[in-house]
Design a binder for this molecule. Structure first.
Ligand code: C2O
Ligand code: CU
Length: 545
């Protein structure tokens, strides 16, 4: 395995989109940021140099970093922020990840512009489990905000209501030719007829899942979240914020120009072309006259929960001799976590835009996660958790109620408790965790993301989870191995994992507004007995608080 070196300079850079210019925070002046390319099992050292005027942390999304949580990045969970003028050399340990992952800022909302792909190729001498593609194409779904993102974030936190929407969805940083001033810079992907291309896709949008499609072409899904899947064909892709997909595009249509398009979905959006959509152009090479009207691909209505759940429910592990699965069959710890949007009283002397003059919040098992002022990992490692966090995160919700009913819900759960609570797991404990969506204030898909581990998605359904019925239908043969799973709107998802990575690991909804409202919690995986089952010592340059 190789040792690779990257330098990430965080800096303000001037960019022009949608007819205006402004400064955005970038890595090395690039938006989206630079792609890291490594091979399975490599170690990547990234020297992060903060030349911006803003605290920052960087997270390697989906990279488990065995026994080394120090580089993981979530602000105040594993580290204090890298302050302006400071550096942090982050050692990123790859293990069994293979495929497309990504990296992003993990402090307030700076990930809006601080993100890029993390490509992990097969080991030298090994190949993809599908025919070698003729080319590889990055597809980064992101957003452009006319306002300064820090201002958007602060207004959102102060207002207590829903955040402002972005002004454009983007593909590889470009809004596309349906927006003003954007035609000449539309992302164009050139292909030769008869060839096959590997699209490495991430949804880096802040607050919404997305649909994606290419006119007249289907896509073959071959991987997600840094693991391969059984290939399956789909004309429309659903992708959660935080999720990655590896997709084969077969350029098998008559030479022409074809639109690829993506659309965000949330309960506030219309289905027509607007600031929630984006296009790029697939251009066949060679001599031909492209037709004058380029049709847009079909995309489902923005909140089509069936289209979304059916796509996600089609993912299966490869489960071959080269890529075996290891789903825990005997479960030691069973957890049921409700995911809710709630409201909290507005602060004294503030006005809040949430329902009934309150502020919106979010919770897991009715606890709204409060960010500590120093890192949970630092406190845990030094054995001084007192005042930083408690270890009483409940295994089950405080009350049983009809979680997904449209009315008659338990109103007492609309005001959550606020606290920093963790769940302690034994080393190698096998865990089954059922996420239960609720309809308390609003039902929505929650893309739940776990740091430090991958998990098998063994089941999902709409309505209330019922173990005696639903556990009989689990897929224990070829469940997909993922790190970010969209829990269906007013439904549930069951995951299984083995807590084999000692350390402190954040788990949260990857919708930025929900994690900012408190939809997160922390797992602490204890050290094992042997010396090689303990958290490694911290590097000397951990940023101080
Ligand atoms: Cu993609 Cu906690 O992050
Ligand atoms: Cu959420």
């Amino acid at each position: 395995a190789a040792l690779l070196q990257y330098t990430f300079v965080v800096q303000e850079t001037n960019y022009t989109r949608l007819c205006t210019s402004k400064n955005i925070l970038t890595v090395n002046g690039e938006f989206p940021g630079p792609t890291i390319t490594a091979r399975r099992g490599d170690t990547v050292i990234v020297d992060v140099i903060n030349r911006g005027d803003h605290n920052i942390t960087i997270h390697w999304h989906g990279i488990k970093q065995p026994r080394y949580p120090w580089s993981d990045g979530p602000e105040f969970v594993t580290q204090c922020p890298i302050q302006p003028g400071a550096n942090f050399s982050q050692r990123v340990l790859l293990s069994d990840e293979e495929g497309t992952l990504w990296w992003h800022a993990h402090s307030d909302w700076s990930r809006a512009t601080i993100h890029g792909l993390f490509v992990i190729l097969p080991r030298l001498g090994t190949t993809y489990p599908f025919p070698q593609p003729d080319g590889e194409v990055p597809v980064v779904l992101g957003e452009w905000w006319q306002n300064d993102i820090q201002t958007v974030f602060e207004e959102f936190m102060d207002g207590g209501g829903d955040p402002a929407n972005s002004d454009a969805l983007t593909i590889n940083g470009q809004p596309g030719d349906l927006y003003n001033c954007s035609a000449s810079t539309t992302t164009k992907i050139n292909v030769d007829q008869g060839k096959t291309y590997l699209l490495r896709m991430v949804n880096a949008a802040m607050n919404n899942l997305a649909f994606f499609a290419v006119a007249n072409h289907h896509l073959t899904v071959v991987g997600t979240d840094g693991a391969y899947t059984k290939p399956f064909n789909s004309t429309v892709i659903t992708i959660s914020p935080g999720q990655t997909l590896d997709l084969l595009l077969h350029a098998n249509q008559p030479p022409n120009h074809y639109y690829m398009a993506a659309k965000l979905f949330s309960g506030q959006r219309s289905a027509a072309f607007d600031n929630t959509t984006t296009t790029a152009i697939l251009r066949y090479t060679g001599n031909f006259t492209p037709s004058t009207s380029t049709p847009l691909p079909f995309l489902p209505p923005f909140n089509d929960r069936n289209a979304s759940a059916n796509f996600t429910g089609s993912l299966r592990s490869l489960a071959t001799a080269e890529h075996p699965i290891d789903v825990p069959l005997k479960i030691k710890r069973t957890l049921l976590f409700t995911l809710s949007i709630n409201t909290l009283p507005c602060a004294v002397n503030a006005t809040c835009d949430g329902p009934s003059g309150r502020r919106l919040s979010a919770s897991i098992n009715n606890i709204t996660f409060a960010m500590p002022r120093t890192s949970v990992l630092g406190a845990y490692y030094r054995g001084i958790n007192n005042g930083v966090y408690g270890d009483d995160f409940p295994d089950v919700p405080p009350l049983r109620f009809n979680y997904t009913a449209a009315s008659g819900l338990n109103r007492s759960l609309q005001t959550p408790e606020v606290g920093t609570e963790v769940t302690m797991l034994k080393h190698n404990e096998t865990v089954e965790l059922v996420f239960q969506g609720t309809n308390l204030v609003a039902g929505i898909d929650h893309p739940m993301h776990l740091h430090g581990h991958s998990f098998y998605v063994v089941g999902w359904g709409f309505g209330n989870f019922k173990r005696s019925r639903d556990s009989l239908n689990y897929n224990l043969v070829d469940p997909p191995l993922m790190q970010t799973i969209a829990v269906p709107q007013n439904g549930w998802t069951a995951i299984r994992f083995k807590a084999d990575n000692p350390g402190v690991w954040f788990m949260h909804c990857h919708l930025e507004r929900h994690v900012s409202w408190g939809m997160g919690m922390v797992f602490i995986v204890r050290n094992g007995k042997s010396a090689d089952a303990r958290v490694l010592p911290p590097p000397p340059d951990m940023p101080p608080c």
